[in-house]
Design a protein around this ligand. Sequence first.
Ligand code: LLP
Length: 463
Amino acid sequence: MSRSAHPAGPRHADVLPEGHYFAPPADLNALDPKVWARTVTRTDTGAVSVGGLDVGALAEEFGTPAYVLDESDFRARCRAWHQAFGGEADVFYAGKAFLSRAVVRWLHEEGLNLDVCSAGELATALAAGMPAERIALHGNNKSTEEIRRAVEAGVGRIVLDSFQEIVRVAHIAERLGKRQRVQIRVTVGVEAHTHEFIATAHEDQKFGIALAGGQAAEAVRRALKLDGLELIGIHSHIGSQIFDMAGFEVSARRVVQLLADIRDEHGVELPEIDLGGGLGIAYTSDDDPREPHEIAASLTSIVTRECQAAGLAVPRISVEPGRAIVGPTAFTLYEVGTVKVLEGLRTYVSVDGGMSDNIRTALYDAEYSVSLVSRASDAEPMLVRVVGKHCESGDIVVRDAFLPADVAPGDLIAVPATGAYCRSMASNYNHALRPPVVAVNDGAARVIVRRETEEDLMRLDVG
Ligand code: LLP
């Protein structure tokens, strides 16, 4: 679907912003490989399959709504990121995008590391056998207990986020008789989102320690003095769903400048830098993300150039993609419950999930696409709004999209690119039961996170 000035566009032009029309895709049955997991195809029957399995059969076996995750696609993306840097960088998958024990095992097998940001994520990583030295702990307000567990487990790095934490981690490590490897997260004054970045005035946020005003340099001074800490590098994360590499360029330049200042002041060259995550994916056909090898080449050349200019040895680079690995590998499978036509206004297609399984549309105005997947259809395109079943009018899954005009109760529809920040941000609003995550691979499907049950709800309700 493309958003453009298209006079022949919508059936309900009056509800779209003036001058904006949605052009229906040329073929509503086509599945754009940019937004769908790699093994998704429409078969001869007209239904969609993934990993060699028919979505109708998946719905029958596992119910709807369900997140369906293509394991081979996930693994392929891990490998692509790993190979993109030719083994010359460390890739830390950001577990906040979606984490489960199966995912941890896949990461481990594919040679990736893992970034966790809470005790719960750390526990999941360790329970699934991720070696502690391949785990990084993040967070702007890690509890003493979280720090203690991480240090005791022997995590490869803790990313320090405040002056208080520098002291806290050092004391805990010393008490445990350890020297903890740490990075300092700096705020470089760049904030990037999607196609834009802003290179000034974004120190006003809760993460990291500002380069501006010498704050980061002071943090380095303090960290270098503490016996419990081994300062291995500087970390910067500038935003999320970014397509424009210019923000990374500014960030890398400023981080390398700090490394040069540290060398000049302390006579040490820190061996690592981490440029964070935030690489964008295609949610609709309008998005054009870059491939991991292009991103790696661009980051490596920026860092190399800046280091050469500063007379520094090139540090080991690490990155933390979350969305770019898991996002495109999953779709959410829903069953249509009602189709409500408001004449001259809009058509609402209600599904059996909603903001409890995908809060991103309500929270960020995120755009998604949707397709009819249980069958093909030759019906004309109809502009619809896909909504959930929650008691809230903002419960929107896909704000504006085309479905065949014969879409009807009982049809299965699917929203692609829901692998990241959907299950991980899911809620029990209205006592909804959070959907399962079903992994498919080579003709086999298995539940990796099961559907919640009413017993799960009751177990927490101890009053
Ligand atoms: N590293 C750090 C330090 C981060 O804070 C994040 C994301 C990442 C890596 C991974 O970013 P990614 O590659 O997944 O974009 N809930 C929001 C996204 C919040 C991202 C928070 N930090 C969303 O649904 O768009």
